[in-house]
Design a protein around this ligand. Structure first.
Ligand code: FMN
Length: 320
């Protein structure tokens, strides 16, 4: 079998392959370690971490939907000091560990990062300006370019580690927010977080989620995520981690063809604990089958003009 190069660069991080689990869908890896060797992952992204411990929202916090999942976890986490101990253990895997950071105010985010700077060996921060499940902060930062930029600047001043900003799809102009984050010093962007939604129980005649609304994820959101990745990677230079509804290698390849340098997998891990390694192997298979030597060759390829007309005469036959 021909060797293919799966490595990609995100800020200062060199990933041996472009696949990582998404924040909040993989804990600290403990539940998945019995299934496969986690050092196979390109990186690991841990749960949203706040400066202080956070109990999250009361139950019911999850509701299944056709082709999707609604969650209103509300950033349940042990707080930055306890999270740092778990993050440091993951260092033994020898892969980049990315900490998703959340807060209710600018000072909250900064305090969490200050603690993680001193207490943790994390390789990178993923600034969650897009959590739809908290009463204040979270998504409120990521829905306006000015508030996004102001927060990114403050956090940028606190760290030399790679800074990724995770964008919300619950906006009218994601490109404006992506540009603001990149100009304020983000090394990379990740998108998308969940789409705000709700479910109603017709027997109780009440909303299913105690929080009333939740964030929609899973296959249902994939076309929205893909469109946003296309738009953002057409407008900014920094690398983008694409996510939202990726369940298999074909989905991941679509995101990379749209312009994503790497991909993250969230909800699919709940249905199939092997989702991440299967996507890694499937991307390698796609590259081999189509004669690509490196995964970077397919990044944004769907946007490039090809001989033979608008959609080109490129190979379309792909057998997984
Ligand atoms: C149960 C659950 C918890 C999540 N927790 C976080 C979180 O703490 N921080 C964050 O940025 N995103 C969180 N997300 C959003 C995911 O990381 C991801 O952006 C979203 O689910 C879309 O990807 P998917 O369709 O592959 O799940 C969570 C999603 C789910 C389903």
């Amino acid at each position: 079998m021909n060797a293919v190069d799966l490595s990609v660069q995100i800020g200062r991080l060199k990933l041996k392959n472009p696949v990582m689990p998404a924040s909040g869908c993989f804990g600290y890896g403990e539940e998945y370690a019995p299934y496969y060797d986690l050092s196979r992952l390109g990186a690991i992204v841990v749960k949203g971490t706040t400066a202080d411990p956070c109990p999250g929202n009361p139950p019911v916090r999850l509701a299944e939907t056709p082709a999707g999942l609604l969650n209103a976890i509300g950033l349940q986490n042990p707080g930055a000091v306890a999270a740092a101990a778990k993050i440091n253990k993951l260092g033994a895997l020898g892969i980049p560990v990315i900490v998703n950071v959340a807060g209710h105010s600018t000072e909250d985010y900064c305090r969490a990062v200050r603690i993680l700077e001193t207490e943790s060996t994390a390789s990178a921060y993923e600034l969650n300006v897009s959590c739809p499940n908290v009463a204040s902060g979270g998504m409120a930062f990521g829905t306006r370019p000015e508030t996004t930029a102001a927060l990114v600047k403050k956090v940028r001043a606190l760290t030399d580690r790679t800074l990724i900003v995770k964008l919300s799809p619950n906006v009218t102009d994601i490109v404006a927010i992506a540009r603001a984050a990149a100009e304020a010093g983000a090394d990379a962007l990740s998108l998308i977080n969940t789409l705000l939604g709700m479910a109603i129980d017709i027997k109780t005649r009440r909303p299913v989620l105690a929080n009333l609304t939740g964030g929609l994820s899973g296959p249902a959101v994939k076309p929205v995520a893909l469109r946003m990745v296309w738009q953002v990677t057409s407008a900014v230079e920094v690398p983008v981690i694409g996510l939202g509804g990726i369940s298999n290698a074909d989905d991941a390849v679509e995101f990379m063809l749209a312009g994503a340098t790497a991909v993250a997998i969230g909800t699919a891990n709940f249905r199939n604990p092997y989702a991440c390694p299967e996507v890694i192997d499937g991307i390698a298979g796609y590259l081999r089958h189509n004669g690509f030597a490196s995964v970077t060759e397919i990044v944004g390829l769907a946007k490039k003009e090809r001989p033979g007309g608008e959609h080109g005469a490129g190979k379309t036959d792909y057998c997984p």
